[in-house]
Design a protein around this ligand. Structure first.
Ligand code: BGC
Length: 816
């Protein structure tokens, strides 16, 4: 047995003893058991014993260290009620106090030169840490720390750990900082590297956190078409995460909704790559402005939940570049996001977290992303392939990135340069975000709620609720009208959020019945039927002036919906109520589109999404007209099950594990337009209680100048007039149509802007189109190209209502 394997054997034994020992103690005890680094030079006899049972070496010195450690062990044994262990602890105290405290480690065994530092020198004072110099760049500071790190310390940064399961003592006090975060990387106190504490949070702090705010689902926020609102959404999330001690906030989810049945569409922003990119950048900036690093997810082609741990997205390169990559590109270039989460699925046969093309070629080389990629929970499938192909950090444990990674380095399968690159990518955003420079006072138990956040939650629900149908101007409601509220979601079981890792414990819920009753005021007849008995529901509806039926879908991570039909008897409920009362309004609490066979039978349709804790107050504001609806669909609603872009089994959920993206670029409204299919409600559509006119389209210059010295930009200007009697907001949508030879979908969203208008008021709206608006991805050249030709600029208020047209020309081609 050579020195290396002898060393490994002893280390393994130490690690095992530590693990067994920690298993035998009461894990809820408020004390810490922290083991010496397993890389520490092993000793023999009583000193070896010391190594296994010595605690808190980093925090104490001399006899105090030994004594303190023993008191902790002792109190641990006492809690287990094991009296034999008490005796052992006394012996342990004697040994430690007399020998361990002052013991000097023996010289380290020889290590291959290539794996870098392995011995851990004593902690330096922070004054001696050059990386604390804030005047240096994040990259320089990262390089300075890396120079001091041992291989074990580097590996510590590259994976998460579970409470009491850490095998490397980094000075982390597990007891003082209980692991309620969904992912933790312990601090390396010797070098002043702070811990990473990760928590879910797409619509509020998740992972069963209490005393937080439940915001409406991201799809609702995105329906505002207001990047300012998304920025504020991110700020509120970021502030609450930071207040909870989180410094890596897992969100936003930014994948394009390709399949309308996708179980996580409520977590995303919708079906357009440009739109999702704008929303993502705004939200990320908001989150990161409050302290935490944002983690945009899920990278890449995570577009279905069916078979998600095995599913293979078969997608051509151009589609990957033009449809699925842009939200991530905007997150890097505009959002300056610190980290991404690679997905469960495979892209073209290779798991996302070991896919060299998507991680290295696209993300790190093409997009120049200099932060880190962490795996989704359980999405790591290998050690060397992941490490060599671009995965920087395994979450939530060390199955592949702990001992196995160290072995891969020792065996020469992963180079130290590769390890250093991963570590640098983790450290750079940490420095950039100031995690080394500012204290993180938050605790998981902190109450981070505030009246402002409650108000904001309501405002997002109001700004995100879409008026889809309003026959005869039934809405807004007349004061005093007798209303029948029908359906489980109306009161008995309000559907305020989607399921899975984004789930949040709402501090309270205002049901629609409560909200409407409060708004209607005393003396107004507001009745309720939960809808379980159709005849009873119809009777209740028939006895009122108008009926509001609340229906919902139960969407969650881990499951796609089987189809777009409202579950259970909800279609029948609507039909029964509509037959009893012509003045029926359907309110949808869904995370994505549903089929509406009853659409012609009802007077009103409102998409309220998953509206969060303020559900009832928000819907009351909308239906009574306190807030004029101004939201628009961020995805298309189909007319029938067959008329969707991914209707074949091969496309979704896939055959033999392969989901073929045969619709190519024709995702969402692009497909409806390309195939001449009429959706029930198109992308970009939404009504208001007032009316608007968009006019006077001016596009300048009429010729796109490219190349050096040219801006590569086109300015689009329109006038928007409020032609109705109420104050309201309108979204101007600008689409670009390519010349047919470019092979693009008929027209694609490239700019939008929202404007508030008083009745009769006109305001100009100026938007900008950049070079990318006129580009296609050339797969042979591997780059974006602007081709010469005539391009159509279309402006209006939905993807299907674009009355204003103009043409610009591109004189010569340019590739980037
Ligand atoms: C989800 C991620 C989430 C993680 C941690 C996974 O199942 O896909 O979005 O962040 O769990 O909860």
């Amino acid at each position: 047995m050579g020195p290396r394997s002898e060393y490994d054997r002893i280390l393994q034994k130490q690690a095992l003893l530590c693990a067994n020992f920690s298993d035998s103690i009461d894990k809820t005890a408020p004390f810490a058991i922290e083991w010496e680094p397993i890389t520490k030079t092993p000793r023999r006899g009583p000193l070896f014993f010391c190594d296994e049972f010595r605690c808190h070496a980093a925090h104490f010195s001399g006899v105090a260290k030994g004594w303190c450690a023993i008191m902790k062990i002792h109190s641990g044994f006492r809690r287990t009620g094991n009296s034999a262990a008490l005796v052992l602890s006394v012996v342990c105290a004697f040994v430690l106090a007399s020998q361990c405290a002052d013991a000097q480690p023996a010289p380290a065994p020889a290590q291959p030169a290539s794996i870098g530092k392995t011995a851990q020198p004593a902690p330096k004072s922070s004054a001696a840490w050059p990386w604390t110099d804030r005047s240096l760049s994040a990259g320089r500071r990262a390089d300075l720390v890396i120079q001091e790190m041992t291989l074990d310390e580097k590996i510590v940064l590259m994976h998460g750990v579970n409470a009491l399961k850490g095998t490397v003592d980094t000075g982390f006090d597990w007891a003082a900082e209980p692991n309620e975060y969904v992912g933790v990387v312990p601090p390396i106190k010797r070098l002043g590297i702070p811990s990473l504490k990760l928590a879910d949070g797409r619509a509020g702090v998740g992972n069963k956190a209490r005393d937080i705010t439940l915001l409406p689902a991201p799809i609702a926020a995105a329906s505002s078409w207001d990047t300012g609102l998304l920025n504020e959404y991110g700020r509120v999330l970021g502030e609450e995460q930071w207040g909870k001690g989180t410094n890596v906030a897992l969100g936003p989810s930014i994948d394009v909704v390709r399949v309308p049945e996708w179980g996580r569409s409520f977590e995303s922003y919708g079906e357009d790559p440009f739109f999702n990119g704008q929303m993502a950048a705004a939200e990320i900036k908001g989150i990161q402005s409050q302290g935490p690093i944002a983690d945009a997810n899920m990278y890449l082609t995570m577009n279905q939940e069916s078979d998600r741990f095995r599913a293979d997205s078969v997608v051509d390169e151009r589609t990957l570049q033009e449809i699925y990559l842009p939200p991530f590109e905007a997150s890097v270039k505009d959002g300056h996001v610190g980290t991404f989460m690679c997905a469960y699925v495979k892209t073209n046969g290779v798991y996302s977290c070991e896919n060299a093309h998507i991680l290295r070629d696209l993300l790190k080389t093409q997009l120049k992303f200099d932060g880190w990629v962490m795996s989704d929970w359980g999405a790591t499938h290998s050690t060397a392939d992941c490490a060599n192909n671009g995965l920087d950090q395994q979450m939530p444990d060390d199955t592949f990135y702990g001992a196995a990674l160290k072995k891969a380095v020792v065996d020469g399968k992963v180079s130290i340069a590769t390890i250093d690159d991963h570590v640098r990518r983790i450290l750079v955003p940490m420095f950039r975000q100031g995690l080394f420079d500012k204290a993180q006072p938050g605790k998981w138990s902190s109450n981070v709620r505030s009246p402002q956040h409650d108000r904001f939650s309501r405002s997002v629900a109001e700004q995100g609720t879409i008026l889809l149908k309003n026959a005869g101007g039934l809405l807004p409601l007349q004061a005093g009208a007798a209303i029948a509220v029908i359906g489980a979601a109306g009161d008995k079981a309000p559907k305020i959020e989607g399921g899975g890792s984004s789930e949040v414990i709402a501090p309270y819920t205002v049901s629609p019945l409560e909200g409407i009753r409060k708004r209607a005021g005393a003396g107004v007849q507001i009745t309720y039927a939960d809808g379980s008995d159709l005849a009873q529901a119809a009777k209740t509806a028939g006895a009122a002036q108008l009926a509001m039926v609340f229906v919902n879908t139960d969407e969650t991570e881990g499951d796609d919906r089987p189809d777009l039909v409202l579950p259970g008897k909800q279609d029948a409920l609507i039909a029964a109520v509509a037959a009893a009362n012509k003045q029926t309004i359907v309110v949808l609490d869904t995370g994505g589109p549903v089929l509406m066979p009853w659409a012609d039978q009802v007077a009103g349709i409102v998409e309220a999404w998953y509206p969060g804790q303020e559900d009832g107050n928000a819907i009351a504001s909308i239906v009574y007209g306190d807030v004029n609806p101004s939201a628009k669909l961020p995805l298309s609603f189909p007319r029938t099950a067959a008329e969707i872009p991914t209707a074949t089994k091969q496309q979704w959920p896939g055959i033999d594990g392969h989901s073929v993206y045969s619709e190519g670029l024709n995702v969402g409204y692009r497909w409806y337009d390309a195939t001449g299919t009429q959706p029930l409600f198109p992308f970009g559509f939404g009504l208001s209680y007032t009316s608007f006119q968009i006019s006077h389209l001016v596009v300048e210059p009429a010729k796109l100048e490219l190349g050096s010295g040219a801006t590569g930009k086109i300015t689009v200007r329109v006038d928007v007039t409020n032609t109705g009697k109420r104050k309201g907001a309108e979204v101007v949508e600008v689409y670009v149509g390519h010349p047919p030879e470019n092979g693009e979908p008929p027209h694609q969203l490239r700019a939008f802007g929202k404007v508030q208008l008083e009745p009769g008021q006109t305001k100009p709206v100026t938007l900008e189109l950049d070079e990318r608006s006129f580009s296609t991805f050339d797969v042979m050249k591997g780059r974006w190209i602007v081709r010469a030709g005539s391009y159509e600029i279309l402006a209006g208020d939905s993807s299907r209502d674009l009355p204003l047209h103009s043409i610009i020309t591109v004189g010569h081609s340019l590739s980037r």
